[in-house]
Design a protein around this ligand. Structure first.
Ligand code: SF4
Length: 348
């Protein structure tokens, strides 16, 4: 089973971010982690989990809270680990200091993911980030010193600051760091955030997206999903493959055997009712639709047996026109930037 654990605390709120997190409820951290342990115990028992393949601590900012808070969580999780369990922590360059990184490494973490977003100070400021370029380098250095071998950086591109020259410089900075993975996201102007509707903040440039992907690949990070490059993150890959996962924590979402589970979406409500879940049962056609969209935006591909006859016909037409590849019963998309267009065409 895969497990996602949500830590909804951030040192400050970035204006583009729509994730469930808060920067002024640190007085609730202790009560939150108590609720988290209760919830985790309940979900593992409820789904009869015998083994955990991947764990992802996301947020929010897991490094915004004292590393000791994770001790009890790991005492619950550790008996279910295998030697291959992938354990990722998201962290911010300003808060993941050496002591914090060493603590989570000693607990069993083997992958770290830093929200870097940019190596340019003006772009960092525009994105409301509170770390500097220097702190990104220091954070990666500390991660190595703590013993991490799998290190990801998140970058955002397609902002009003980005040009080919600047993106090249972002990639050059990446190359100078010994990291194994990059997540490069095109800026999204999310609803209900200060960036909503601010069209001038985003270039909306296919040329820049293409350029970013090309340069990232040239730097040695192989693309395996529209925004992900390098050594495959098994946890996220599991999402795209449609695998089951438990969601634990406020704002978390889980998915088990075709049903999606939504936890309470406020810290207070979650502390009061940590095991409460809203359920959404997905129909076969909704599941197939997800498989098409996720499969085409990644190297997962689309199983021909999941398509109806009309969809298969349209997919074969795309193979004839060299827009899709067909291999061992699966359709593969060689250009992830066209994934939504292709998915809509196949769906009909
Ligand atoms: S640190 Fe991450 S989760 Fe927190 S507000 Fe910024 S982008 Fe969102």
């Amino acid at each position: 089973m895969q497990v996602y654990i949500h830590v909804p605390f951030c040192e400050s709120k970035c204006p583009y971010c729509a994730f469930g997190s808060s920067d002024d409820e640190f007085n609730k951290v202790s009560a939150y982690f108590k609720a988290l342990c209760l919830d985790l115990n309940f979900q593992l028992k409820n789904q009869n989990v015998k083994e955990i393949s991947t764990i992802f601590f996301g947020g929010g900012t897991p490094s915004a809270v004292n590393a000791n808070f994770y001790d009890e969580i790991f005492s619950i999780l550790a008996p279910l680990f295998t030697p291959k369990t992938e354990i990722t922590f998201e962290a911010n360059p300003n808060s993941a200091n050496l002591a914090w990184l060493k603590h989570v490494k000693n607990l069993g973490a083997n992958r770290i993911s830093f929200g870097a977003q940019s190596f340019f100070e003006d772009k960092l400021k525009f994105l409301g980030r509170i770390h500097s370029r220097e702190q990104i380098f220091k954070a990666v250095e500390n991660a190595h010193a703590a013993g991490f071998k799998s290190i990801n950086l998140d970058l955002i591109y397609d902002t009003k600051f980005d040009t080919k020259k600047r993106l090249l410089a972002e990639v050059e900075s990446l190359k100078s760091l010994a990291i194994t993975h990059l997540s490069a996201y095109s800026l999204t102007l999310e609803e209900n955030t200060p960036f909503a509707g601010k069209k001038s903040y985003k270039k909306d440039s296919d040329t820049l997206a293409k350029f970013m992907i090309e340069q990232t690949q040239r730097a040695g990070f192989k693309q395996y999903e529209i925004s992900n490059f390098g050594e495959i993150c098994r946890h996220n890959f599991g999402y795209w493959q449609g695998k089951n996962y438990l969601g634990v924590g406020a704002f978390s979402v889980g998915f088990v055997d075709g049903t999606r589970y939504y936890a309470k979406n406020s810290i207070d409500a979650y502390i009061t009712q940590p095991t409460h879940r809203e359920r959404e049962i997905l129909s076969q056609s909704e599941l197939a639709r997800e498989h098409i969209f996720l499969g085409l935006r990644s190297i997962v591909g689309v199983d021909a047996v999941r398509l109806n006859e009309a969809q298969k016909k349209r997919a074969n037409l795309l193979v004839e026109n060299e827009k899709l590849l067909f291999k061992n019963g699966k359709f593969y998309n060689p250009n992830f930037l066209l994934s939504d267009e292709i998915a809509l065409f196949i769906e009909g």
